[in-house]
Write a new protein. Structure first.
Length: 245
């Protein structure tokens, strides 16, 4: 049982292409062309080419590639803003929205050619954004799943609520949870592969593996291969084992 996973992308198309190249090299070494590649969410925001990332993923899926693309909190915020009537994610701080300078929505709209000048109001910006972002991109974001189960592995963006069955997890938790999940040493059943909270390097905690290494903050985008419950970081020199913390 083998699967590949790629951490939070955040509009870094060049890094995403490089991650796929590392996976292709590992596939050639193993002779396994069928193992799924799971993109852990946060496809957009902060980086320079969120539009290109979404187009790349849509194109790969249309070609029939065995890719799984999960919903991250940034993808959810973008999709909610682009609805017929823009919405703000209730998990955000009270004075935040997708276009807050710390979130990254401004950079995402910029990748679609939409400027967000100071002082513009939502009613002025929203119709421009709806025109600029293709329907196919909006529909793609809207239909993303928040959880993918594969054998003894469970892939989510942020984590799970400890003590709650996988079937009863909420999208709020799957896209946003941190504290309770990070603090838990419980056996969740499957090994949870997640991102959302940047770490300096891919870290295996025994019951979960965090693969977000900060691409949204100018750092690395990590690609890993998982076999059973063992994890390797993929590098230009091959696999590097990820020891359990």
């Amino acid at each position: 049982m083998r699967a590949y996973a790629i951490g939070d992308i955040h509009g870094q198309l060049d890094l995403l292409r490089a991650a796929h190249a590392l996976i292709d090299e590992d596939r050639q070494r193993t002779g396994d062309a069928d193992a799924p590649i799971v993109h852990i969410g946060d496809l957009v925001d902060r980086g320079p080419d969120s539009a290109g990332v979404i187009a790349y993923l849509i194109d790969g899926l249309a070609q029939g590639k065995n890719w799984i693309v999960l919903k991250g909190n940034h993808d959810r915020m973008m999709e909610m803003f682009l609805r017929d009537h823009p919405m703000v994610d209730t998990q955000l701080l009270i004075d935040y929205n997708w276009l807050h300078p710390g979130i990254g929505g401004i950079e995402t709209l910029g990748s679609y050619g939409v400027e967000v000048p100071d002082g513009i109001r939502t009613y002025q910006l929203h119709p421009k954004a709806r025109v600029a972002v293709p329907d196919a991109h909006r529909q793609f974001l809207a239909q993303l799943s928040a959880l993918y189960r594969y054998g003894d592995l469970c892939f989510v963006h942020a984590g799970i609520r400890p003590g709650v069955s996988l079937e009863d997890q909420t999208e709020d938790d799957l896209c946003w949870i941190r504290g309770a999940f990070h603090a838990s040493t419980a056996d969740h059943g499957p090994l949870i592969i997640h991102g959302h909270t940047p770490v300096d390097e891919v870290t295996h905690y025994g019951n979960r593996v965090n693969i977000d290494t900060g691409a949204g903050h100018g750092k690395a985008l990590s690609a890993v291969v998982i076999e059973r419950r063992e994890v390797w970081l993929l590098t230009p020199d091959g696999r590097v084992p990820v020891a359990r913390a």
